[in-house]
Design a protein. Structure first.
Lengths: 196, 94
C-alpha cells in the first residue's frame, strides 16, 4: 500500500536523473514540460460522460458501443489511438439485474488517453486486492449499496484490453438534453464504483 | 509463480481510501516521472512491457512501501541502468 513519504529527497533524485539524461542527450530541454502539457490536454472523464449520454439517447449507438466500443467512439470524434499503445476498448452496460465494476488487479490499466488519469484509489493495493473478492462490500464502502438480487461482474483490465462502464440512466431524466445527461456521469460511474 | 503486484484476491488489505477532488499529480516530481517515462518509451530506450516488468520484479517489501509514482521512478532507473544509459551509482547521484 502507499505510504506517505517526505518528497524532498525523491524530488531531488528525479531532478538529478533528468539532469543526467539531458547531459547525455537522452532528454531535450523542455521535453518533459511539453509532455505534461499534452497529458493535461488529453483524456478526460468528460469524454466518457459524452459516450454514456449518447448511449442513453440513441439505442443504435448503444448497440454499436457494446458490440465494438473502439469503433463506436469514433462517431463522437474520439479514438483509442492516442495512447502509447493502442488497446481495444470494451464498454459494459449496467442493467436492473447486473452491475459492472472495473479493476486492474496487476497494476493500473485504464483508458487514460480517453478518460484521463485514474484516481489514486484505483491503483491502490486495497482496491485491486479486495474488489475481486468482495465487490459488494467494496462498493458499499463507496456508498453504493446494491440489492442482493443484482449480479455484480468485475472486469480485470489488462495490457491488452481497457474497460468502461455505461451506468443506468437515472429515472426522472426524460426531459434532459444529451449535454445535461452527460453532466450527470462521474468518473466513478465510468469505473462502476458509483451508480452514475 | 505470481509476483507481488498480483494482489487480486489477496487478503489483509485495508478499506479503500478515496481522496475527494484529487489532482492528477500530487507533486511536481510525480508529473516529471510520468513525463520522463513517456519520453523514454517514445525514444525506444525501453518498451512498455519492460517497464511493467521492472515494476513487477521490485522486491515485495519495497513494492508495498512505495507510492505509485515511486514505483515508476524505481522502474525507470532500473531500466536506465540495465540499458547502459548510466550506472546505478551515477543515477543515485552519490
Amino acid at each position: 500500500m502507499s505510504t506517505t513519504h517526505d518528497d524532498g529527497p525523491l524530488a531531488a533524485r528525479v531532478r538529478h536523473v533528468e539532469a543526467l539524461l539531458e547531459e547525455r542527450g537522452w532528454l531535450a530541454d523542455g521535453e518533459l514540460d511539453a509532455r505534461i502539457d499534452a497529458f493535461a490536454a488529453g483524456g478526460s472523464p468528460a469524454n466518457g460522460a459524452a459516450i454514456v449520454a449518447r448511449a442513453w439517447v440513441d439505442p443504435g449507438f448503444r448497440e454499436r458501443l457494446l458490440a465494438d466500443a473502439s469503433t463506436a467512439i469514433e462517431e463522437l470524434g474520439m479514438s483509442m489511438a492516442a495512447g502509447l499503445q493502442v488497446q481495444p476498448l470494451v464498454a459494459v452496460a449496467n442493467t436492473a439485474d447486473e452491475h459492472h465494476v472495473v479493476v486492474c488487479t496487476l497494476c493500473s490499466c485504464y483508458p487514460v488517453a480517453l478518460l484521463g488519469p485514474s484516481p489514486t484509489w484505483y491503483k491502490s493495493e486495497a482496491y485491486r486486492s479486495r474488489v475481486v473478492r468482495d465487490p459488494r462490500g467494496v462498493l458499499r464502502e463507496f456508498g453504493l449499496e446494491l440489492p442482493d438480487a443484482v449480479h455484480i461482474t468485475v472486469w480485470d483490465a489488462s495490457a491488452e484490453t481497457r474497460y468502461m462502464v455505461v451506468p443506468r440512466r437515472p429515472e426522472g431524466t426524460d426531459d434532459l438534453s444529451e449535454q445535461e445527461l452527460a453532466g450527470l456521469v462521474t468518473r466513478k460511474g465510468l469505473i462502476g464504483t458509483a451508480a452514475v | 509463480m505470481s509476483r507481488i503486484n498480483d494482489v487480486g484476491g489477496m487478503v489483509g488489505f485495508p478499506a479503500v481510501i478515496e481522496e475527494p477532488d484529487e489532482p492528477a499529480f500530487h507533486a511536481d516530481w510525480e508529473a516529471h516521472v510520468f513525463a520522463l517515462n513517456g519520453v523514454m518509451l517514445r525514444r525506444g530506450v525501453y518498451n512498455l512491457d519492460e517497464f511493467r516488468d521492472a515494476i513487477e520484479r521490485m522486491p515485495p517489501a519495497e513494492y508495498l512501501a512505495s507510492s505509485y509514482y515511486e514505483k515508476w521512478f524505481h522502474a525507470i532507473t532500473t531500466l536506465l541502468a540495465e540499458k547502459g544509459i548510466a550506472t546505478p551509482e551515477e543515477l543515485a547521484g552519490g
